[in-house]
Write a protein that binds this ligand. Sequence first.
Ligand code: URP
Ligand code: ZN
Ligand code: ZN
Ligand code: ZN
Length: 467
Amino acid sequence: MSTRTLIRGGLVVTAADEVHADVLIEDGRVVALAAHGSDVAAGWTAARTIDATDRYVLPGGVDAHTHMELPFGGTFASDTFETGTRAAAWGGTTTIVDFAVQSVGHSLREGLDTWYAKADGNCAVDYAFHMILSDVNEQTLKEMDKLVQEGITSFKLFMAYPGVFYSDDGQILRAMQRSADNGGLIMMHAENGIAIDVLVEQALARGETDPRYHGEVRKALLEAEATHRAIQLARVAGAPLYVVHVSAQEAVAELAAARDKGLPVFGETCPQYLFLSTDNLAEPDFEGAKYVCSTPLRPKEHQAALWRGLRTNDLQVVSTDHCPFCFVGQKELGRGDFSKIPNGLPGVENRMDLLHQAVVDGHISRRRWIEIACATPARMFGLYPQKGTIAPGADADIVIYDPHAVQTLSVETHHMNVDYSAYEGKTITGQVETVLSRGEVVIDQRKFTGRAGHGVFTPRSTCQYLN
Ligand code: URP
Ligand code: ZN
Ligand code: ZN
Ligand code: ZN
């Protein structure tokens, strides 16, 4: 009795339905939904009742692409698992899937254990891991099978960053063949890094050192080329493929063409590509460095193709690629040489709100918002229906969302551990009000009531989006 919580009077929105229903929670899970005002719902009692009148009741967000504490360019992403998952909770995200990193010359096991240790006891919301493969060899391939058994069922490969994370086509093909056997899902950073490095060198030799040249050398065609190549390699291997952080319209076209052939090829984009552009990269006084990430921001014209892809399901997921670096002391490492600016943008706290704004603006429907931000990422990465929906048996990861509140995004009010907001001054209609993680209230009427260590590691099954 004492562990029962009741959410009354809200509009429950999932990827499938919008219903005025009361939600009964017991021992951290949803046990039942019943029509608001029905005899069944009226008969329910609970230790705690949350009034959700005039609010949405949403599944907690699932952000399938974060990089807490990522080592990059001689520094570390500025959010720890503690600060980053707290910010996630503030923004209505109750599960993150972060990337454990294999270092060159080391095993997957070592990399994964390092990431377990970073996260253990520190997270405010639940977390899972993908594994970055930086050194594909016989040993690594064998280890992939073990990781799939352990609930690490997806592997990121890089066609970019030669000398750091880069894999060549042979390594990529081998990893794809292995994943075709063991059920793992290959996630691809699709940019032709070898060609990009030539263009970087040539740009710097011409004295083109400002942040905006980051966007010019990382050409859309080189994203499209790598996307095309990754698709063909996956086809040869007989493996499904998930392309991360798609930003170029030409890359969306490659995904759409593959999907039209019936291939199991999936694409993710991120809020920064939907809302920001090369105009931001061109901001004067080195301010453009705040917007340096890879794939890069594109000219505004690309945004329409991304929104369209999200509507037509040629793109299935919106994740943040949250990888914050402070302007002072971190982004500044690249003054005088854009190639030394650490790559990445903050955003884990902003994703649910920005996508609600997309609903308000008419880009996507309310249910599609929940599909791309909660249900599909959970299905894609083997967390459904524990995560990503509100249904009997699901974890009670629930957001009470006020669709009428108006807020202004700002570094002054956000909770991410970074000294700027990529969306400074942007007005959003809608705001997270209360958040439950496995039935525990972690944000209560816009007060943080959670704690580091509440969030637990969540092993994943293999991709559930294929069947
Ligand atoms: O710029 C980015 N995206 N930084 C994080 C690493 C990656 O490639 O996802
Ligand atoms: Zn209303
Ligand atoms: Zn990447
Ligand atoms: Zn990333």
